[in-house]
Design a protein around this ligand. Sequence first.
Ligand code: 0PR
Length: 375
Amino acid sequence: MVDYSELMSELDELYKNTPKHVDGGILGSMTTWPHRIGVEAFLRFIHVNGNDPFTFRAVAECESKLVREVGALFNAEVGLHTSGGTESNILAVFAARKAAKGETVIAPSTVHKSVDKACDLMNCKLLKIPTHPLKPVDLKTLEEYVLKYKPFLVIITAGTTETGVVDPVEEASELAEKHGFLLHVDAAYGGLLIPFLRKHGLIKTELKMSSGVTSITVDMHKNGMAPIPSSLLFFNNEELKEKVCFDMDYMPSGKSCGLLGTRPGGAVVAAYYTWRAIGLNGYEENALRMMRIAHLLHSELKQITGIEVYPFNLPIITFKSRRYSSDLLLNKLAERKLYLYKAPSLNALRVVIMPHHREEHLYALIKALRELHQL
Ligand code: 0PR
């Protein structure tokens, strides 16, 4: 006989020893503590297959409301829920590849690795424009690459993984119209920050489905605070979306959209109710608070002798130690239960301020860095 109570104690132990966002030590990951309404929604719909909107209508309803309501932030009307930024980016490349002839994709070197993965899977040639990690892609160079290599797709990023840089969406969209390439914008990280920060003049770029933009990735499990796995992929028309839907004749709906078959329907319901629970005002407040905390961390790190801190646009702070290598510092901080990520292109470390962070979480890091850099 299996002893459930033994299993439960084992689970309790595992849970106890797993870092939690509320403790404040998770400082490098783009994940956050999901909203409790989202958790509740996920639990209630834990049994639901998101691939079967016929039997489980709630999922289909939540997905279409989510696409409509979140999409309104970006003037986007068509889209689908996916398992994350990686799936959204893979599908964006797949749809573009079916819609346009060619095999070359162009992206700044700051693009997320999921695009390498997508191109590897689809056997397309990914050409990267050397781009400084702290700068957006240079438009003149982008145009030169486009004229020279004639890509079917260009991918830019609104909030890069390592440094939160926002590529010039409007200008790239104009280039797309002028030269006839498709344009995907990866806003997995920045999608639920940029519209709110722009409203306050903190970001200049307008992130929207303008006529030159083909698709946009926006993750709900990052700054959306929805439970993992959750992302949205928006397309600028229905035909493009149909390209990521496949025949599934035995299913009542007759088709299946996206990469997964059976999938967590609970994640879709959870994302929608998280979105409702936080609301536009909540997302705006989060974005402003995260920027305030980022400024605080930035100015504190600047004062520590032995640390070089880089400029930022979105709440991602990168810094380097003159005393320790990135790997050594990463491990020294992890010993103190402060978990950062690397920003390899700068040979630096990365702190991503997420919605759950409070000032005191950052003071623990500042204190540790001060101690480690004392003479
Ligand atoms: N696009 C951007 C701009 C991202 O920063 C990420 C994730 C993705 C797409 C992929 O999203 P999913 O992880 O939801 O598929 N960046 C995360 C981060 O930098 C997670 C991550 C980290 C993913 C390392 C892959 C990886 O190799 O924290």
